[in-house]
Design a protein around this ligand. Sequence first.
Ligand code: ZN
Length: 136
Amino acid sequence: MTTPARTPYSACAEEGANLDAALKELGIAAPPSTVQMTEEGGMKVARVAPPLLTPSQTARLTGVVNDGMAMAGNRCQERPVSLGEPYADLSPAPVPGCVECSALDKERHEARKRRQFATAVVASQRIRNHERGHRA
Ligand SMILES: [Zn+2]
């Protein structure tokens, strides 16, 4: 038998190579990831050490991941992406004819386009408070 043993080190090196390839595909020129060997409780542990990204590279990667999740959400209509409790209710309808409601509705719409969900939630809360003069 000549099959080389797949060690934890080689497994991590492989994972690291996959990560590097994925970053390269995104046009992110980062140094290659490495494999770190540590000892924990008498056991040798291998870990992929991903490259340190610059802030702009991190922003780009975050954007790609967010876009990917948004696209996945659009593809699976039967299972919409949940934004979690604070962002669950983004849509009380603005009261027709109220200038402030329609301004808040526009603000909310713009905020959601910018993925600033916290801002959108505040606008929603203020729309909900139409009866109380739009105080959040
Ligand atoms: Zn109103």
